[in-house]
Design a binder for this molecule. Structure first.
Ligand code: PLP
Length: 283
């Protein structure tokens, strides 16, 4: 029999994703799956929470229990995972389960997007969860991708600038911190641009991108998931950060507005817009 659709090659790197479900498809598991597929990986998705939301804001969050998370991960335990991406964690029970699963896969790069607050303003975390996250999860993380607000919350009140805050997170044991400056512009950077900074123990690296007009829902998930896929395909940290930013910028530039509220990134912009015909070979 002729194959109608090429088989997926055995070397598509798997990214194990722990994120919330966002019905708009702007953020969460859908965002992660699209970004990972577009960047050459295969997402295996374990929901950590269900959310009630639209393109304006998050209205409610229901965490998935740690035992359900463990069961879903255990069913995948014989599969080779090339990177782990963590997004919204909405309870300590889920956090402990995710940490346990990360520990069972030593050596796999772990990319964490600390989703503490929605861009629409809703709080998605609390002080106890933030403390537990810093104390227990950060030491297992290869790269964490906070925006400036999240960085300040994770680092606490003792640090006074972004470098000190990022250093505080590095001291907690994570290997790198990629701070995004879109939502809260970095002082001294022209308003026409956004600056993102990668902090590592042996030095920093910065990128500037032209600021896009509009407000977007799901940009942080897109960036962290693209970064996870690039690390999964074997790219180095600096190059993976740069490629993930370029991908995210392109997806945002092509973003669309389903109603009157935030724009959603179009991560699959390379797919045709109109209907297309799959070549078909009869048996
Ligand atoms: N809902 C879920 C499930 C998310 O993972 C996130 C962010 O990662 C959000 C909502 C908030 O997204 P944003 O801050 O981009 O609006």
């Amino acid at each position: 029999m002729n194959r109608m659709v090429p088989a997926v090659s055995a070397d598509v790197p798997i990214v194990l994703v722990f994120s919330g479900h966002d019905p708009t498809g702007g953020a969460g598991l859908v965002a992660d799956s699209e970004a990972i597929a577009a960047c050459g990986g295969w997402a295996m998705t374990i929901p950590t929470a269900l959310t009630v939301q639209n393109c304006r804001n998050v209205q409610a969050v229901a965490p998935v229990s740690g035992s359900q998370i463990r069961a879903m991960a255990n069913a995948l335990e014989d599969l080779p995972v090339a990177a782990i991406k963590v997004g919204l964690i909405a309870s300590i029970d889920s956090l402990l389960a995710v940490m346990e699963i990360i520990r069972q896969r030593p050596g796999v790069p772990v990319i964490v997007d600390p989703v503490l607050k929605a861009s629409g303003g809703a709080e998605l975390s609390d002080a106890e969860l933030v403390d537990t996250f810093c104390e227990l999860l950060l030491p297992q993380v290869d790269i964490v991708t906070p925006n400036r607000y999240e960085l300040a919350r994770l680092a606490g009140p003792d640090s006074t600038d972004d470098t000190q805050r990022a250093t505080a997170l590095l001291h907690r044991g994570c290997q790198a911190v990629l701070v995004t400056g879109t939502d809260d512009p970095v002082p001294g950077v022209a308003v026409s641009h956004v600056m993102h900074t990668l902090h590592r123990p042996h030095g920093d690296r910065q990128w500037q991108w032209p600021r896009l007009a509009g407000s977007y829902h799901g940009s942080g998930c897109t960036l962290a998931a693209a970064l996870a896929a690039r690390l999964a395909i074997g790219e180095g940290v600096v190059s993976a950060c740069e490629q993930a930013q370029a991908f995210t910028w392109q997806a945002l530039k092509r973003g669309w507005q389903p109603g009157k509220d935030q724009y959603l990134p179009r991560r699959l912009w390379q797919l045709p817009n109109t209907s297309f015909t799959i070549p078909f070979t009869a048996v």
